[in-house]
Design a protein around this ligand. Structure first.
Ligand code: C2E
Ligand code: MG
Ligand code: MG
Length: 560
């Protein structure tokens, strides 16, 4: 219970006077009752009973030390060992100097000497101690996270800074601890269970700080904890401790604890930024189930600066036209001679300072922060305009496929946007193919199937990209509305070298046959690969063997 609330409900605060001699009780009671409500106890046992019944409203205990039965020292011991009771301030009543020191050590807040000949001094002391205790209570309630009892983030940051000041020579680590897919814990087992997981994790981190290192820990956000501690060479012990504490709580491998460590922090770097670094390392291994601890190093540092730059530059780059859509041809190989069938639009960034940047460096980045939509809209428009231009110029074009990121699929009016685009450029949906990567299907198949069905009902054809890289189930595949399977490159890479890859390709083609859709192979670099794929029944081939992705002015030579 929040003691502060209780205080304000009572007009007079409650004080317990504990003394075995009735004269003393009366005298002190008389003084104190001028401002406080007073209750009395004759010995330690009696006092403890009263303390228990009034623990939420009691503002102060005035405690005699020498009493028969349980004496004042014994009572102090008991109060000190109880987390709730130790919050109630105690002033000891004594006439001996020695006893003062001993009782202060036992947690007494102050002392009043007998005899009670200076009532003003007594009242001033009581008033001051009560005020201090109340202030302390207010701080306690805002500096601690309710659920875990750990510091809240503001206090944490402040205490870390203090620690730096007091121990300028200590080597410190900034650590970010995250529960990956924590929302699943809540979804699978309910909030109460989720809270329990967080509390256990908090408790283990506290143990780390009491046994393995010195420092502070806080709950920074829902399922993200920060720890600032003396340097440890390895965090495997920390990981083991926590794994042990949570071993019966997390029932699937998808839910796990991830650690990002910025070791031996540079004290020139701001406190908050040190944790940004730890967090960055932590996020590097998101969904990487081979690794659960990541250390911030110069490579991560450089990558993050590079990424910051890309994020900063993308809008300007699009406006200036630094981003260029390339086209890679896809050939139909079923006849005697390969015939140009379509093309895939692939983005390239000619950065004025950094040079040519490949999509692998920025597509995943922009998918994480939503900028991908901006980029994809740009590519979609360029590709549509390109088809229009070729039609004007040559009286013909080939269908062009554009990549649709999983993020784009959450745009409510996706099909309207695309149809408008086609209308503007006077082209048909049949000229404009959409590639959606398989992992998007695995992520939220219900939603995706809806979107894809809507797109197809408006005339678009949808190809499933990188098939074999995701985890879509066979069940889902059979209900899937798609028009082609693009086989993941990894199957093609070794197809001319080992039998297993060949078998995989046959399987993909069997599935495609079952779905009555063609198979497209990409990443085809060797003539041998072409032959094997062709023999296995693959219709369309895309790859360096035929051509790399080309800028529009080169691609259009293929149209002649
Ligand atoms: P993807 O859609 O699977 O595209 C095929 C990738 O394979 C392209 O890489 C292409 O250049 C590459 N490739 C083609 N033939 C060969 C070959 O014979 N050997 C090898 N080793 N590679 C080959 P790129 O252009 O670097 O694009 C990488 C990925 O980035 C694409 O994979 C796609 O997922 C994404 N991407 C590219 N452009 C866009 C875009 O405009 N929007 C979105 N959302 N994603 C894009
Ligand atoms: Mg693609
Ligand atoms: Mg692909």
């Amino acid at each position: 219970m929040d003691r502060r609330l209780k205080y304000s409900e009572h007009s007079k605060k409650l004080v317990l006077v504990v003394d075995d001699e009735s004269v003393n009780r009366q005298m002190l009671g008389y003084i104190v009752s001028s401002e406080y409500e007073v209750i009395y106890a004759e010995n330690g046992v009696d006092a403890l009973e009263k303390i228990h019944s009034f623990q939420d409203t009691l503002s102060m205990i005035l405690l005699d030390l020498l009493m028969p039965g349980m004496n004042g020292f014994e009572l102090l011991e008991i109060l000190k060992s109880d987390e709730n009771l130790r919050q109630i301030p105690v002033i000891v009543l004594t006439s001996e100097k020695d006893a003062e020191v001993r009782s202060l050590k036992l947690g007494a807040a102050d002392f009043i000497t007998k005899p009670y000949d200076m009532p003003e001094v007594i009242m001033a002391r009581i008033g001051r101690i009560i005020e201090l205790a109340e202030d302390r209570m207010i701080i306690m309630h805002t500096e601690r996270d309710e659920l875990t009892g750990l510091y809240t983030k503001d206090y944490f940051m402040e205490y870390c800074a203090e620690l730096d000041q007091f121990y300028p020579d200590w080597e410190m680590d900034a650590v970010a601890v995250d529960i990956e897919h924590f929302h699943l814990v809540n979804e699978l087992h309910g909030r109460y269970y989720g809270d329990r997981v967080l509390s256990l994790l908090a408790e283990s981190l506290r143990q780390v700080l009491s046994e393995d290192a010195d420092g502070y820990v806080c709950r920074y956000e829902a399922d993200m904890f920060y720890m600032y501690c003396t340097h440890m060479d390895s965090y495997e012990k920390v990981e083991q401790r926590i794994a042990e504490a949570l071993k019966d709580m997390l029932h699937t491998d998808r839910i796990r604890v991830r650690y990002g460590v910025y070791p031996k922090v540079d004290r020139e770097v701001e406190m908050a930024q040190r944790f940004d670094r730890a967090r960055l390392a932590c996020n590097r291994i998101r969904n990487n189930f081979m690794q659960s601890i990541a250390y911030y190093d110069t490579e991560i540092h450089d990558t993050s600066i590079f990424e910051e730059k890309l994020i900063h530059d993308i809008r300007g780059g699009l406006e200036r036209g630094d981003l260029i859509v390339y086209y890679q041809p896809k050939y139909n190989v079923q006849g005697d001679k390969p015939v140009l069938a379509s093309a895939e639009a692939l983005i390239r960034w000619k950065h004025p300072e950094l040079g040519m940047i490949s999509p692998g460096a920025f597509i995943p980045l922009f998918e994480n922060n939503g900028l991908i939509q901006l980029l994809d809209h740009y590519v979609w428009e360029k590709a549509a305009a390109q088809i229009h231009e070729w039609k004007q110029k040559y009286g013909k074009s080939v269908p062009v496929s554009v990549n649709v990121s999983r993020i784009d699929l959450y745009e409510p009016k996706l099909e309207d946007r695309l149809l408008e685009l086609l209308k503007k450029e006077e082209i048909e949906p049949a000229d404009y193919l959409l590639e959606i990567t398989e992992s998007a299907y695995a992520e939220d198949s219900g939603h995706l199937i809806d979107v894809v069905s809507r797109l197809r009902s408006r005339g678009f054809r949808v190809e499933m990209d990188d098939f074999g890289s995701g985890y879509s189930s066979l069940n889902m595949l059979t209900t899937l509305p798609i028009d082609a399977l693009k086989m993941d490159m990894k199957f093609v890479r070794h197809v001319h070298e080992d039998v297993k890859s060949q078998r995989m390709i046959e399987l993909v083609i069997e599935i495609a046959d079952y779905l009555s859709v063609p198979v497209i192979a990409e990443g085809v670099e060797e003539e041998e690969q072409v032959q094997i794929l062709k023999d296995a029944g693959c219709q369309i081939i895309q790859g360096y063997f035929f051509s790399r992705p080309l800028p529009p002015e080169e691609f259009e030579k293929l149209l002649l």
